[in-house]
Design a protein around this ligand. Structure first.
Ligand code: PLP
Length: 362
């Protein structure tokens, strides 16, 4: 009998072997609505499609690694210098770069939980340790508890406003009180992926605050309000030396030329795009009201999505939505549903009505 041959396995980092890859919102069948990834339901602008077609004539060439033209346009728009702007392959890449620049083995990264699904993995990949501070009962960041969680190992704190998936915002007053309690050596990342959908006047907006807090970096994306999720482009604004450090941790040349160009063209069509955003926020507010009328206790949404706290019935509830032709995101103790096509509303509310009836009788 042949002796069994044991092939030795390559030694991997144990925390990476234990890590599940980022789980994307489920795709939808042809007749279903994909409301699982907080995407923009509008089709790309014709001007963007034309610009991408032109750029694609040069795909034998590498893109500009520094995204200088786009950084220049963003710098001008926000009244900062180009050195204070960093462009990345989506804001998720910038989050990874900034966390990696500031935190490694033995260091801690604090963030609210539940929040953006990618945060835990990004921290683990950097080699650092996540410190998750539970949201308040009304699904908001518990900023005082996040301050209490700071130790001498804390290197980064992430604040997500509006928070994905709960949709709640941090107010300006809350943010200022919070920043007063943060050591200036700790990097604060304000993740504003959904800021363009915010209509609440009390909500924090990070860019005007940058001059006050030298440890603050604001992250934004072209994926949501600007409808360029498929091209992968986002930006960070903060002090030069932090942008340089984050650039040093980037995978070189990750922001392709068509992404840079599409973002630039989109900035030039801001008014049209923000009209689309207004239509989405109007529909969001109508949907929220309809859900409240159905009896849901849903936090007031400030992004392009709504959080349904379904607790232990989450998987079953997601199935009810799926059967109704609505693909949602089931996240442990709740369901996140994106505000999509107006034609999705009847199906969505039909399913949410059934779910709340089931929850009441459960
Ligand atoms: C809170 C938050 N931050 C960042 C991102 C990353 O967006 P992107 O990498 O597409 O710019 C997302 C995407 O869903 C998000 O929800």
């Amino acid at each position: 009998m042949l002796a069994a041959v044991i092939t030795p396995r390559v030694r991997l980092r144990p925390e990476i072997e234990a890590l599940s890859p980022y789980r994307q919102g489920q795709p939808a069948a042809a007749d279903a609505f994909k409301l699982s990834s907080n995407e923009n339901p509008f089709e790309p602008l014709p001007a963007v499609l034309t610009a991408i077609a032109d750029v694609s004539l040069n795909i034998n060439r590498y893109p500009d690694a520094s995204a200088a033209v786009l950084r220049g346009a963003l710098a001008e728009r926000y009244g900062v210098s180009p050195g204070e702007v960093l462009v990345g392959a989506g804001s998720v890449a910038l989050l990874a770069q900034l966390i990696t620049a500031a935190a490694s083995a033995g260091d801690e990264v604090i963030y609210s939980w539940r929040s953006f699904e990618a945060y835990p993995g990004l921290v683990t990949v950097a080699g650092a340790t996540s410190v998750q501070v539970p949201n308040t009962v009304d699904h908001r960041h518990d900023l005082p508890a996040m301050i209490t969680a700071i130790t001498e190992r804390t290197r980064v704190i992430i604040v997500c406003s509006p928070n994905n998936p709960t949709g709640t915002v941090v107010t300006l007053d809350e943010f200022e009180a919070f920043m007063a309690g943060i050591p200036p050596t700790v990097l604060v990342l304000l993740d504003e992926a959904y800021i363009e959908f915010v209509t609440d006047p009390s909500a924090v907006r990070g860019i005007p605050l940058l001059g006050h807090y030298p440890n603050l970096v604001v992250l934004r994306t072209f994926s949501k309000a600007y409808g360029l999720a498929g091209l992968r482009v986002g930006y960070a604004i903060g002090p030069d030396y932090l942008m340089n450090a984050a650039q040093a941790t980037a995978i070189p040349l990750a922001v392709i030329a068509s992404a840079q160009t599409a973002a630039l063209v989109s900035l030039g069509h801001d008014a049209e795009l923000m009209q689309r955003v207004s239509r989405i926020t109007l529909l969001r507010d109508q949907l929220w009201q309809a859900l409240v009328d159905q009896g849901w206790n849903v936090p007031k949404p400030s992004g392009n999505f709504i959080w349904l706290p379904t607790g232990s019935s989450t998987e079953h509830a997601a199935e009810v939505f799926r059967e109704a032709g609505i693909i949602v995101r089931a996240l442990g103790d709740g369901i996140r549903v994106s505000v999509g096509e107006p034609s999705s509303v009847d199906k969505l509310l039909g399913a949410s009505g059934e779910v709340i009836r089931n929850l009441r009788t459960a």
